[in-house]
Design a protein around this ligand. Structure first.
Ligand code: AKG
Length: 262
């Protein structure tokens, strides 16, 4: 895959992402984009995310996932300027729209910290089965590295070319066998592991199966995942931490100030 070290200007609205990235994403359901945010900014945002995650651990307000797998804090963009900077970063939103091929809105962000030597992978799963979404054909997640993430610090892996699979029931991300028990044909497909430097990111489609290694190092793995969805996505009525309590009706458009267009 090509690397563009002078990437910053290339990724804004006026500088179209090179076609090979778009073609790679469309064929495989994920792509790595180096240097989407300057390293110095990524490290600064990472320090803030680490502090938010530590506070959530201390106060017991982190969400799901299993504390050993990761500490997860959802939707801090609403309160935190550094997270907001990443969520609406013009490079990230421009690339997300070019890869997805159309208008997007924010679904949610989540800070994902794997503590040093956590000894727990995030096991193979697709994201979309977790979401209360209908009319959603091109959801896309940006997974932004806020520290250097070599393979053994919890880097992400993907199964290429199966983003069309909408027939697999929700998988359990703490169960190593869950995805392959539900879809045995995926077991022998190639897997692609993508170590990232701070400021690099991957984008993946909401149905692309992915996992993240355990963190075997002495430093925390700090990432911010930002999920964007089609602007026509509607609510199914299923439970989800982001929509619970919002009084949405089944079939209603997911829209408004909490889900801004990007
Ligand atoms: O960072 C992780 O451990 C997993 C992230 C993930 O599954 C996602 O961003 O969809």
């Amino acid at each position: 895959m090509k690397v563009h070290p002078d990437s910053l200007d290339r990724y804004t609205e006026s500088h179209r992402l090179p076609n090979d990235y778009i073609e790679y994403y469309q064929a495989n359901g994920f792509v790595k984009v180096p240097g989407i945010v300057p390293r110095v900014d990524a490290l600064r945002i990472g320090e803030r995310c680490r502090a938010i995650s530590d506070e959530a651990r201390r106060t017991g307000t982190a969400q799901g996932g299993g504390m050993q797998v990761f500490t997860q804090v959802v939707n801090t963009w609403r309160a935190d300027e550094a997270v907001r900077e990443a969520v609406f970063h013009p490079n990230i939103t421009a690339v997300a729209k070019q890869l997805a091929g159309g208008a997007l809105r924010l679904w949610h962000d989540h800070i994902l910290v794997k503590e040093p030597r956590n000894e727990a992978a995030t096991e193979w799963h697709q994201d979309q089965p977790y979401w209360p979404h209908a009319n959603s054909t091109r959801p896309i997640s940006c997974w932004l590295a806020l520290v250097d993430v070599p393979a053994d610090r919890g880097s992400m892996s993907f199964i290429p070319g199966v983003q069309h699979r909408d027939d697999i029931p929700r998988q359990t991300l703490t169960d190593k066998r869950s995805l392959f028990s539900l879809a045995p044909d995926l077991e022998y497909l190639p897997k692609v592991t993508l170590p990232l430097k701070a400021g690099d990111c991957t984008f993946h489609h909401g149905r692309t199966p992915h996992m993240a290694n355990a963190n075997a190092t002495d430093d925390p793995r700090v990432a911010l995942a930002i999920i964007y969805i089609d602007t026509v996505t509607t609510y199914t009525g299923a439970d989800h931490v982001v929509t619970d309590g919002l009084d949405l009706n089944e079939g209603e458009l997911i829209a408004g100030d909490l889900f801004p267009e990007v």
